[in-house]
Ligand binder design. Structure first.
Ligand SMILES: [Zn+2]
Length: 70
């Protein structure tokens, strides 16, 4: 199964957790380079898009885990 496209604002897990122990990142910029913010320690990282695609393991969309009423 192919990974659906990642969008800015998505939360993602990479193959290797961050040094702080968390493995959940928010995508803040998508381009030739991808900028991520660790959701635990707020550290920012920048990596090339192809490296990001290789490391990407899981993705959550902001609106997938909450149901909105009305
Ligand atoms: Zn971190």
């Amino acid at each position: 199964m192919r990974t659906p496209p990642v969008r800015e604002g998505d939360l993602v897990a990479l193959r290797k957790p961050h040094a702080c122990g968390a493995n959940r990142w928010r995508v803040v910029q998508l381009g030739a380079d991808v900028r991520l913010v660790c959701t635990r320690c707020q550290r920012r990282v920048l990596m090339p898009r192809d490296e990001f695609d290789r490391r990407l393991r899981e993705r959550w969309q902001e609106d997938e885990h909450e149901e909105m009423d009305g």
